[in-house]
Design a protein around this ligand. Structure first.
Ligand code: ZN
Ligand code: ZN
Length: 252
């Protein structure tokens, strides 16, 4: 640090002053933490970060000793259209405390912290990606909510990893019903043709390795529908990165 450059000399004090004015909060509560994207100690102890073993394709957490293929039952039976999916956290009581306010209560400030967790969980996929694309919302839902939470995550990840983001590459053509209570076949037929590529974005997708971004992956049906559309548009490979993942209830 040179005393002949007052700006360089003052910069560390400026950063510290900003931290004092706006101390970063824990991702899941109001406790102060050292930096954005961190949990306080009690929340960290409750956080269920997804770690191996998980299905090498869809990323669903699996019990130990689940077989030599490294694949879950669903991916073995019918592989999804995406290559690999990864998520930072199991979708449980703690991650719901982060994600539900972000999704429904205008807590858009959580996007950066969630994106930092995702960047850690999906570091390899993010490094290899050429383009980030969020899972789209139907326009009626976008009007209600005023923002697409997946697009906010994609924008934050794009800043973190210095990758281009195409927020409007995909369109949701109709408001699909809640997929939660449906079986796999019903989910697929509900989503059939529901997600397509915007015609003006076709040329930007051809030949690209794309990382699809969403907040929560449940069965993977929505990500699969997006991957089918991107693949039909000529994308070379599609991977998926989400903040949280619903564990397969059959495997608990
Ligand atoms: Zn906390
Ligand atoms: Zn799988």
């Amino acid at each position: 640090m040179s005393s002949s450059n007052p700006v360089a000399w003052l910069r560390p004090f400026g950063a510290h002053l900003l931290d004092l004015l706006l101390p970063p909060n824990c991702l899941a509560c109001d406790a102060p933490v050292d930096a954005d994207g961190q949990f306080c100690l009690p929340c960290f102890r409750q956080a269920n970060f997804i770690s191996a073993p998980f299905c090498k394709q869809c990323g669903v957490p699996l019990p130990f000793g689940f077989g030599a293929t490294g694949l879950c039952q669903l991916c073995s039976a019918e592989p999804p259209a995406f290559s690999q999916a990864r998520a930072a956290l199991r979708y449980d009581a703690l991650s719901r405390r982060l994600i539900l306010p972000f999704k429904y209560s205008d807590r858009t400030d959580a996007a950066n912290g969630l994106a930092l967790l995702m960047a850690r969980a999906g570091a390899g996929l993010l490094a290899e990606a050429e383009l980030l694309v969020p899972v789209p919302l139907h326009k009626s839902r976008l009007r209600q909510r005023r923002y697409n939470q997946a697009a906010l995550l994609a924008a934050a990840l794009g800043r973190i990893a210095k990758k281009p983001v195409l927020p409007d590459a995909l369109i949701r053509n109709r408001a699909t019903v809640a997929l939660g209570p449906l079986g796999l076949a019903e989910r697929r037929s509900e989503l059939d043709g529901a997600i397509t590529v915007r015609s003006t974005r076709l040329s930007g997708l051809a030949g690209k390795r794309i990382l699809l971004i969403d907040d929560v992956m449940t069965s993977g049906s929505t990500a699969n529908a997006c991957a089918i559309a991107l693949s039909a548009a000529g994308a070379r490979r599609i991977d998926v990165l989400t903040a949280a993942r619903v564990p397969d209830p059959r495997l608990d």
